[in-house]
Design a protein around this ligand. Sequence first.
Ligand code: BMA
Length: 755
Amino acid sequence: MRKTFLIISLLLTQFVYPQKSRISLSYWEFRGVEEKETHKAVVPGTVHTDLLANKLIEDPFYGTNESTLQWIEEKDWVYTSSFDITVAQLKQKSEIVFEGLDTYTDVFLNEQKILSANNMFREWRIDCGGLLKEGKNNIKVVFYSPVQKEKEFAAEFEKETGIKEIPGGNRVFTRKAAYHYGWDWSPRFVTCGIWKPVYIEFCKDGKIIDVGTLQKNSGDKAEITFNVSCAFKKGQKLKITDEAGNETVSKDVNDTIVSVVTEIQNPKLWWCNGLGEPYLYKYKIILTDGKKVIDEKQVNVGIRTVELVREKDEFGESFYFKLNGVPVFMKGANFIPTDNFLPRTTKEKYAALINEAVNSNFNMLRVWGGGIYESDDFYNLCDENGILVWQDFAFACSMVPAGKEFADNIREEAIYNVKRLRNHPCLALWCGNNEIDEGWNNWGWQNNLTETQKNILWTAYENIFKNILPSVVSEYHKNSNYISSSPKIGWGHKESLTEGDSHYWGVWWGMEPFEVYTKKVGRFASEYGFQGMPDLKTLKNFIPETEFYLFSPSLKLHEKHPTGFETIQKYMDMYYNATQGFANYIRTSQLLQAFGMRTAIEAHRRAKPYCMGTLYWQFNDCNPVVSWSGIDYYGNKKLLQEYVREAYADILVSPIEEDGRIRVYIVSDRLNDTKGTLEIKIEPFTGITKSDSYISFVDIKANSSSVYFEKNAAEVFKTISKTTNYLSAVLRTDDGKIYTNEYLFCKPKEIEIVK
Ligand code: BMA
C-alpha cells in the first residue's frame, strides 16, 4: 500500500511540478575591493543596506548622516557566494540569471569572467554550460564605482564632442535610476548591488521563454492570441488552461514561436477603478511532454482597449484616454520609487500604496522617468485594482550621450522592459522621458554649446526618443501608446495649456498664487504640486527632537528643494495667519498643500472635457523628507491625501467665483446620467444668522461638467461680506449618496467670525 502511495505521489509530483528548476543564490558575503575582511550580505540588496546591517554605518536617513556617507559611492565592492552542483544538474542546460545588477559589474564564475554588465534596468542571462563543476562552485561579482566610471566616460565624451558638461551632469552616462544621484525630494546615495533575485536555472527538456498576448474583441466574442516563444523538443505541446484549470486549447510545438488562440464568449471587460470591475481572465500556458509538465507561465488577460487621443482641435491638440471606447478623465498622481534602497520594498508596501490609490479614487499613476521600471508586483496590483499606468522610460531632466554602444544598451533595456510589462492591462502609455524636451528648449541647456554640439545632442535625443523607443514599443507592444516626452511643451509657453500634457509649475517654482490654477488649465495636467511637511511622528524617526525647528541642520538636509522652506513660508503668509510652534507649522503646511492641490484638482475637473486628466506631483516618498507627496515614506497620509479622496470622487460639486458670477459646477465621471437635489447655502461662519438657501432638482449628464447654480456675485455681496460668509453645497443623488463641498470667498486668513 505504502509503495503504491509512493509511486502515485511521484507520478503526481512529476505531473504537477515543471521540469525547469532553480538554485537560488542567496548566501553572499561582501567587502571593499582593497579590504580583506568580508561581511554577510543580503541578496537582493544594496551595499548601503549591507553596511548598515553589519553596523558599519549609521542609518543613512537619520539626522545629517547622508553627508558623511558619500564615500561609499567612490569605492569598488566585491560580492562572493558559493553553491553546490550535482552530477544530474551538470547534465542539464544551465543559465545564471541576474534579474538586476546595479550597475557596473564584472561577474566571475569559478574564476572565469562571464559577464560585464552596465545597465541597472536589464536582466542578464549567461549560459554557464561548461563552467560549472560537480560539488562546490564559486561566484564573484565586482561592482565598480559608477561615479569613477562616469568621470572616464565624461572625459572621452569631451574629447569627442568638446562638450564639457552634458545637461544633467555625469550621471547621464550610466543607465541607473537618476534619483540615486539626489533629487529635490531624494538624498544622494549612488548605491550598488545585486538588487534583484539571482539564480541558476536548469532546463532539461525545454522551457517557455516569453509570452506576448494580442486581443480582438467583437463584443460577443473575444479572441486572445498567445505568442509563446520557447525552447522545445519534438513531440511537445503547448496547452492553455483557464482559471478553473480547464484546457481551452492545445497545439503541437514545431517552432520557437508558437501562436495559440483561445476564445471567450461574451467577454467581461477590464475597467479602471470607478468605472467597473477590473476583470482578469487568468490563464496558464503549459509546455508538456506527454503527461510531463516541462514549464508553465501564468498570464492574466484584461479585455480592454486604451487609446490616447491626440487630435488637432479648435484650441490646439487634445490629450485624453479612451478606455473601451469611452473618454475617461484620469485622476491620480506621479509615482516615484518606494525607497532609496529598492530591495527593501516589500509586496506589502506596494499593496498598501495601491490600496491607498484605490481609496483616493485614483484611476491612473504615472511612473516617473527619474525612477525605475517598477517590480512585477506593482503592475500586478495595478491590474487587479484598475489603476492605469503611464510608464515613463527611465530618463529624466538630462540629455543623453550619442554613441552606438549607449544606444544599443538602451534598445536592450527597452526590449526587456516592454516585453516584461506588455501583458499588463493596466499599462496605458509609454512615455520616452520626463522633461527633457522642456529642458532642452526652456532651461538654457543650449546656451554654451556650438551649433555642432547642439546637433550632436539633439540627434542623439531624436535617435533614442523618436526612433529607438517608439520602434521597440510598436514592435513588442502592438496597439499601445507612445509619446516622446512629458510635458509636450514647457510651462512658460501658452501652447503648453492648449496642446498635449502639461507640467504646470507656475505655482511653487513660479511663486504664483494658487488661484492661478483656475486660469491656467491645460489639456491634461500630468504634473503640478506643492510641498507639505511630514507629520511629527514621521519626523521623530529621522531627526533628533532637539532639531525640531526650521533650518535645523538635520531638517534642512531633509528639505531638498533649494528654497523649499522660504517658498512654503511665502505661501503661508499669502493664505494663513502666522503660526506659533513647530507642530502648528507642520499642520498649517499640510493645510496649505491640501488647499492648493484641491484648488488645482477642482479647476482641472471643472474644465472637462477641455482638460481630461490630473496627476499631482507626487504620490509617495522614497525616504523621510519634506516633499510634495501625499503619503510619506512611512505610509502616513498628509492632509492632501485625505482631501483627494473627495476631490477625486465619481461626482464632484465644485463652487467657484469667476467672471463676476458665483457658480456651482457638478462634474460627473459616471457613465450614466444621475438625478439628485442640489442645496446651496451662503451663510455666515457662525451659522447663527439666517442663510440664503437654494434647492433645485438636478439631472446630471453622464461623463460631463456643467454649471447647475449661478448668481451674480455683485448682487450677493451687496448685502453680505465675503469675509464673514462661505458657500456650502450639498448634492444628494437618487442612489442615496451625498456629495458636499465648501467654498471661501476670501483667503483663509481673512475669515472673520462675527458673533
Ligand atoms: C517635476 C518633476 C521632478 C521634480 C518636481 C518638483 O518637474 O519632474 O523633476 O521633483 O518637478 O520640483
